[in-house]
Every structure is written in C-alpha cells, then in structure tokens.
Design a protein around this ligand. Structure first.
Ligand code: THG
Length: 267
C-alpha cells in the first residue's frame, strides 16, 4: 500500500485577499462560505483561516469566520494567527479538532502551544524559527526542528499531530533560500520515526514574481521529493494540483491508473 498522499490546506480564506477582507468587514457570510465549499471541492483537506489585517477586533473576526465556515462544511480548519489570544478565540468556537498555526521553537512559547493542542485534541504547526527570527541557513532550521520534535515527544503530542514548517521566503528576495528549504526538509525527516508532518506556505515563494503559478508548482514538486507531505496552497490552481497529484503517483504515495487525475478528483 502506498504511503499517504499530500495533505492540502486551502489558503484562500485569508484577510490578505481583497474579497475576504471585504467580507470580514461587512460580516457577509456568502463569499466566505463559497470559498470554503469551492476549496473543498477542489481538493482541500483542511481550510486555513486567517483574518489578516482586516479587523480592528481580530478575536471577533476569527470567531465569525470559524462559525461562518462551519455552517456549510465539516472540513477541519487551520487556525492561522501569530497571536495566542486569537488562536484561543478560534478554539472556543471550533467544532472539530483543528490545526493550530502556529508557534515557533522558542521553548516557552512551544510549551504553551503544545499544552493548548493537547487540551483541545488539536494538531500543532511549528515554524523553525525562534526569538532571533527566521534562520537564513539549514543548520539553524534543523536545530529548531529538533527542539520542536523533542519537546513534543516529552509532552506527549503524537507525531501525526505535529507539523513542521521551514518557512519559505520569496525567491525574488533570496534566491539561495529554496535550496536551503529542500535540504532542511530532507533532514527533518530523520528527526523521529515516524516523522512529523512537513509543511510549507507555498505561495510565499512566488510573492512579487510574475510567473507565480509556474514557480509554485515547480517548488511544490521539489519539496515533495524532499519529503514534504502537506502544504498551504491555492487549490483553485489546477496546474498546481495536477503537478501535486502526479508527484504523489511518482513518489508511490498514490495508486497509478490511466485516469489517476480523475480518480483523485472524484475521491
Ligand atoms: N507558513 C504557515 N502559515 C502561513 C504561511 C506560511 N500562513 C499564511 C501564508 N504563509 C500562507 N498563505 C498565503 C496566502 C496568500 C498568499 C501567500 C501565502 C499570497 N497572496 C497574494 C499576494 O500576497 O500576492 C494576495 C494578493 C491577492 O491576490 O489579493 O501570495 O508560510 N505555517
């Protein structure tokens, strides 16, 4: 039996997008619910929920988004915010165990978030950075990942509920970074057996670049070859989804048939 296929986290419910920002401001459920249903239909296993800078009361906005999405789908959510209070607000109203996105490897913060994930039967996404910021090299990322994995093990969060994110930066700002990400991912895999999930926020890599879709799907396939098994991405990009499904087949993580694209979409 092949290993399991990519976990798709739909990125579109994010206040960074103008349509979402407007819907949050007006408390208009329709665009949000449509984006939720359409992303699930396009292959999202989880839905990222990020209020962005859309609201003066982000706790309330997070709760409204969670409730609004839950009215139309049972798909699990990814509560995406750097602030603990906003994650907690989301946890108060979420129905199904979510993925908490995110903490970093700062030991104090890590313990608080691990405790929170354990209390809520949630999964936890950890960024391989600490108080000193996003590492620019491979080794610091691996050191952070090692701290994350060992702390999770000590506190009793199973690896199936831990996601590690090496933090992808735009290729037009720092061209050597994607290569470092690939190297970091291949090393994260050996930190434990079974390994934690490995995830990236894919669209970061192409921000500000003209060939966004091409850069995104090429980067995704490279990351998958290095062990990535989850990604926050745009499930409406069909060329991206096709490249992902094909890479799953080639990595023996999905069964091949002549109609494998169709088979994936009709799951
Ligand atoms: N890691 C983790 N979580 C994350 C990220 C990550 N959450 C947020 C982000 N990064 C992933 N989500 C997005 C969503 C949108 C874009 C990039 C990443 C994006 N947006 C357009 C832009 O900036 O050009 C918005 C413009 C528009 O179309 O309106 O690219 O790395 N754990």
């Amino acid at each position: 039996m092949p290993q399991s296929s990519m976990i798709v986290i739909g990125e579109r419910i994010n206040g960074m997008f103008r349509d979402v920002k407007r819907a949050i401001r007006k408390r208009d459920p329709e665009p949000i619910q449509q984006l939720a249903l359409d992303q699930v239909k396009a292959g999202a296993d989880l839905l990222d929920v990020n209020v962005g800078a859309a609201s003066s009361r982000p706790e309330k906005a997070m709760q409204w988004l969670v409730k609004t999405i839950q009215e139309v789908t049972d798909t699990p959510l990814t509560l995406d915010n750097p602030k603990l209070e906003i994650i907690q607000a989301g946890l108060e109203v979420v129905k199904h165990p979510p993925l908490i996105n995110s903490t970093n490897a700062d030991p104090e913060r890590l313990e608080i978030y691990l405790q929170l994930a354990l209390e809520h039967n949630a999964s936890l996404l950890c960024l391989t950075m600490d108080k000193s910021g996003v590492p620019q090299d491979v080794n610091r990322r691996v050191e952070c990942a090692a701290v994350i994995v060992s702390t999770a093990q000590v506190m009793g969060l199973p690896m199936e509920r831990l996601y590690i994110d090496p933090i992808i930066l735009p290729v037009n700002c720092a061209q050597e970074q994607p290569g470092f990400i690939l190297e970091a991912l291949s090393q994260f895999r050996y930190l434990s057996d079974p390994p934690p999930h490995l995830v990236v926020g894919l669209s970061n890599v192409s921000q500000g670049a003209p060939e966004r879709s091409l850069i995104n799907r090429t980067c995704l396939v490279l990351c998958m070859a290095a062990g990535l098994d989850a990604a926050i991405l745009d499930p409406f990009d069909t060329e991206l989804m096709d490249a992902m499904i094909t890479a799953d087949v080639l990595l023996n993580r999905q069964i091949y048939s002549d109609s494998y694209l169709k088979a994936y979409r009709s799951r």
